[in-house]
Design a binder for this molecule. Structure first.
Ligand code: HEM
Length: 282
């Protein structure tokens, strides 16, 4: 049977999504639906890889939001070992997310241009990845401006607005440090969480005590897990920047400026700032 989509060479009977019998495997993993979700629109050889690996990345963004949502609750309930397990598991997801760039290893401008021509220049952009935005808000990279691309999708916009105003995983952990007797200033704990985080000397001092005093060994473990989280997330961002420059150079993007300049500025925003700056004094 011919596939409904001219540029799809997968087995048509397995990917059509048409009603059929079922099995436990198909139902649990929604395999039929999953394989019916890719509709290449061009004959560019790279498009299927672009579709699938982008969808995989989207799923990982969602998975990481799920894990960070759980870790926030665990921290709030004082379950430090539970939060540690969740963050350790997340590091595995992050490494897998990073590895998805392998599928782009050979993508040249001539591979990307026909796909981009179909998507449209300027108007179509991954800044509409609402799950990524949820993820970076959970990591504490708050920006009211980044709600703008979601204005045409009111429910998503509303969800992101709530996430913007909610404490990040770092905010929850700083509140825990305070509960454990470390001095965290009120301007951190009681601030407007929708504002970008401003690093504080007192928070750096608190992390220094966590890293020096044995009674805080469990918090030090959390600090190390957060640091690795930021490290792997940054590596994903760097992989994205490399793929962008390799396929598009400095072409302007959604914001009509040189895309790499915009991306580099974002990538330079530190995640869990004092966990990095405190290291100078360690
Ligand atoms: C060759 C492939 C790719 C190119 C050329 C590319 C290019 C860009 C550009 C130019 C931007 C800046 C915003 C804009 O101007 O649109 C951007 C942002 C973004 N892209 Fe990609 N991208 C690629 C692949 C991907 C993939 C596979 C994903 C994962 C789903 C992704 C996720 C994102 C995200 C989340 C942002 C927002 C980043 C931020 O807020 O800092 N991109 N991309």
């Amino acid at each position: 049977m011919a596939n409904d989509f001219a540029y799809d060479f997968r087995p048509a009977t397995a990917t059509s999504g048409k009603p059929d019998g079922t099995t436990g495997y198909i139902e649990y993993f929604q395999a039929r639906r999953l394989h019916a979700l890719q509709h290449p629109a061009t004959d560019a050889p790279f498009e299927m890889a672009f579709l699938v690996s982008s969808q995989v990345m989207e799923l990982y963004f969602g998975l990481l939001c799920h894990e960070l949502g759980r870790a926030k609750l665990e921290v709030r309930h004082g379950d430090v070992p539970g939060a540690g397990r969740t963050l350790r598991r997340s590091l595995g997801h992050l490494r897998a997310l990073e590895a998805t760039w392998e599928s782009y290893e050979d993508m040249a401008p001539s591979d990307w241009n026909p796909i981009k021509a179909h998507l449209g220049h300027g108007e179509s952009s991954s800044v509409h990845s609402f799950m990524y935005r949820h993820l970076v808000f959970l990591l504490g990279l708050k920006s009211v401006q980044m709600l703008e691309p979601h204005e045409s999708t009111p429910l998503i916009h509303q969800g992101l607005k709530e996430a913007l105003h909610a404490p990040s995983i770092y905010d929850e952990i700083l509140a825990l440090l305070q509960l454990r007797g470390l001095a965290i200033p009120a301007c951190v704990l009681e601030r407007d969480f929708s504002e970008p985080y401003v690093p504080q000397r007192e928070v750096e001092q608190a992390w220094l005590r966590v890293y020096r005093e044995d009674s805080f060994a469990d918090l030090r473990e959390l600090g190390e897990l957060l640091t690795k989280f930021a490290q792997h997330f940054n590596q994903w961002r760097q992989g994205h920047l490399t793929a962008t420059v390799r396929t598009s150079g400095a072409k302007p993007g959604y914001y009509h400026t040189e895309a790499p300049v915009w991306l580099r500025r974002n990538n330079e925003q530190p995640i869990f700032a004092e966990l990095w700056s405190a290291r100078t004094a360690m």
